[in-house]
Design a protein around this ligand. Structure first.
Ligand code: GLU
Length: 433
């Protein structure tokens, strides 16, 4: 039976690297029909941060990683907070005492190493041998147990079969193998997953780097399934050049032997691209729910808000930009981008707008199709391109040069709003020539 665990130290942040480690454990457990354990490594009292466990729990839930044993759900190997497992640690210390494998020096308790090379059987890196040269502390002078000790005791006591963790822990593994042997416990398989480097490749990503925290993506309205999909690609790939795929399929394909040895590089552009792709593929009702929540309070006319949202889905790149992307729809006093104004001169904008105004003044059918037909006819009559109308009108109606599909935008704004805006554009001098 595969039993894996994610064992975060609650620091107050949920780092991208931690989330990726959690995810690889979760994927492997689900792929193997195994058990995924969440264990909180909170023995470091000096670094105790209020609410830090919640940050991890909420981040995991947001990313859709459920655990079979751990805080909130319990399990037969609990408690799952190391701060509540002291009696277990003393029992294990007893085993080592009886075997004369520990001694006290300067109030701390040391473990006696064997000085023999230890095999770390790593599923990603192959066999690695390392020799621990020096005895190491397992209990500090204040009586608290040290990371190496509690980590191994818990992996042994919780019958963990595979230790999947960041490569930065590879150097600890020989200490851990020594301890497993000292307890006469089976040694788990190891899988040390590659580090995540910063976008520019200059060093390991740390919590201070922009884009390093899961909670920031949540605040920025990223889709959790997009971030999750991206994290799966940091050190693993589904082959055949595929990148975007549903989580069920990733679960089916994921295996530790396909995880890369090489460091992964955090690529925020790729993450944004994946997020955009997921947004475009959202079912409409879900897209509307997300959009409504972000635009809450922007207008009393919920139907208008929904219509605006509907025409934005195919153009929106992120929910983070949504408010800005649609702001002019809800603001009759928006400004025109001065810089763009000069570029419009070549279209004879005032003339184009007046021609269009003439064509829609008594128009009943203000549908996308009808409007497209009208612009086509105008272009033909005046021997100019349809784009001359489109660019001019979009600018006059929104103050911008990009936005949702032009005819959809007109139809959603409606005839009255369009007439009013075009008149304001001309009267205000925003369209000068
Ligand atoms: N608490 C350790 C960490 O957060 C866990 C290491 C491990 O997975 O063994 O790095």
């Amino acid at each position: 039976m595969v039993r894996v665990r994610f064992a975060p130290s609650p620091t107050g942040f949920f780092h991208i690297g931690g989330a990726r480690t959690a995810l690889f454990n979760w994927l492997y457990a689900r792929h193997q029909n195994g058990v995924f354990v969440l264990r909180i490594e909170d023995t470091d009292r000096e670094r105790h941060v209020e609410g830090a466990i919640d940050v991890i729990v909420e981040g995991m839930e947001w990313l859709g990683m459920d655990w079979d044993e751990g805080p909130m759900v319990g399990g037969k190997f609990g408690p799952y907070l190391q701060s509540r497992r002291n009696t277990i640690y003393y029992d294990y210390l007893d085993i080592l005492c009886r075997k004369n494998l520990v001694y006290r020096r300067d109030e701390a308790i040391y473990f006696r190493v064997s000085h023999e090379p230890q095999l770390i059987n790593d599923l990603i890196r192959g066999p690695v041998y390392r020799t621990e040269e020096k005895d190491f502390v397992i209990f500090r002078s204040d009586g608290t147990p040290v990371f190496h000790f509690v980590n191994v005791v818990d992996d042994a006591a919780m019958e963990i079969s595979h230790v999947i963790r960041g490569e930065d822990h590879l150097s600890n593994s020989s200490k851990h193998v020594e301890l497993f042997k000292a307890f006469d416990m089976p040694i788990p398989q190891f899988a040390h997953i590659p580090l995540i480097l910063k976008t520019d490749g200059a060093g390991k990503m740390s919590k201070r780097d922009t884009g390093a925290l899961v909670e920031d993506y949540r605040k920025r309205h990223f889709l959790p399934e997009a971030l999750r999909n991206y994290l799966c690609l940091l050190g693993w790939s589904p082959k055949e050049d595929r990148e975007i795929l549903p989580i069920d399929e990733i679960v089916r394909l994921f295996d530790l032997c396909d995880v890369n040895k090489n460091n992964a590089r955090f690529d925020d552009k790729k993450l944004s691209y994946i997020n955009t792709t997921y947004i475009r593929a959202m079912p409409l009702d879900r897209f509307l729910n997300w959009g409504r929540a972000i635009l809450a309070g922007i207008s009393n006319d919920q139907q208008y808000v929904d219509h605006v949202l509907m025409i934005c889905q195919e153009k929106l790149r992120s929910f983070e930009e949504l408010k800005h992307f649609v702001s002019y729809f809800f603001d009759e006093h928006f400004d025109w981008d001065q810089k763009m104004q000069r570029d419009l001169g070549k279209y004879n904008p005032t003339q184009r707008i007046n021609e269009f105004l003439g064509a829609i003044e008594s128009l009943e059918d203000f549908s996308e199709q009808k409007l497209e037909k009208i612009v086509g006819e105008l272009a033909q009559t005046h021997a100019v391109k349809m784009g001359d109308y489109i660019h001019t009108l979009r600018f006059a109606l929104s103050g911008r040069t990009v936005g949702p599909s032009f005819y959809k935008m007109l139809a959603v704004m409606g005839r009255e709003r369009v007439l009013k805006r075009l008149k304001r554009a001309i009267e205000s001098g925003a369209i000068a020539c």
